[in-house]
Design a binder for this molecule. Sequence first.
Ligand code: SF4
Ligand code: SF4
Length: 383
Amino acid sequence: METVAPFKEVIDEIKAAGGEAFRFCFQCGLCDTVCPWNRVRQFSIRKIIREATFGLTEIEGEDIWRCTTCGRCPERCPRGVQQIEVGVSLRRVASAYEVFPASVRSARTARASLISEGNPLQGQRASRADWAKDLSFKTHQEGMEALYFVGCYLSYDPRMKKVATATADILKKAGVDFGILGTKESCCGESIRKTGSEAVFKDLARENIKTFIDHGVRKVIVSSPHCYHTFVNEYPEFMVNFEVVHISQYLLELIHDGRLSLSREVGQKVTYHDPCYMGRHNGIYDEPRDLLNKVPGLDLVEMADARKDSLCCGGGGGRIWMDTPKDERFSDLRLEQAKTAGADVLVTACPYCITNFEESRLNLEYDDIIEVKDITEIIQAAL
Ligand code: SF4
Ligand code: SF4
């Protein structure tokens, strides 16, 4: 295939993206042994790193768009090569040239929707808070205990709206004085940044930060690990700091403080899937499990590839917006693992994971075999 990336520009872009460590790669190939792609098809991040070292990347191909930023290979690399940063910088070059393979074009639609409406799902900004219409919510104001940052999928996606409703219901029952931003909330921008659209990320981040300041926000509760990750690790680039807590951490805190009690039995066998941006990227492994263990009657079992070895659902790095052939979906493998563990319910805490697992459940015709739930839906059932 023709190589269109100019030598110097690729190398400069990688350096600018903070991915300079790619030069330390000594081609051991350990990264490829842990990459989930190699469970479904051949893919080599080692090869991408090698080609990038010489500025010889095929930016028009599919491969630079494959990485889900799952975080497995950086953990395994003995030379500290930052594979994710290198990959994102290559996507920046491809985006600058407007070179996109067919499977990636839907991510362009998501980008256009983010620019015009502040969400990737082509929902109107004006209807962002429609899910909460009948729930009498307050807009966040200074002095409130916390902001509930709902996120795009929970605001617009029909399946995920149920999770937003469950979350709000629990917070209300615990007497938390919280508000939402409604139509003023914009996408956190985490995933579009990973597709190489840096300017779109920065615009979204600045918009959110301004809204947080205008509304006197000090503490933010999030449902998505992607919002969590960018608020904690990326928004400080804009010189702001506010407290961020994932809902699974916050609910455990409410139980410990005696503000929330779980009294109803949930007599199901449940297995917990660690989302990449909760576990590997942010080290949150225990709180969701501790929370599930507080549910009366619930039997928590572990499946293969748990905790730091968690098998990615396939949705990170903007892959949630790209097309993945049916026989190449990691989420199908995860459902199989959950089934093998004997679980009645596959529980997780990320809108991308739920979206992918629900789709796999449909494709595999597992409707009667296993349920897919967000952790808040389990807690709501236990109230
Ligand atoms: S694990 Fe690190 S050093 Fe080894 S091939 Fe992969 S990127 Fe290179
Ligand atoms: S971050 Fe994950 S998906 Fe991306 S190359 Fe590494 S192991 Fe593969």
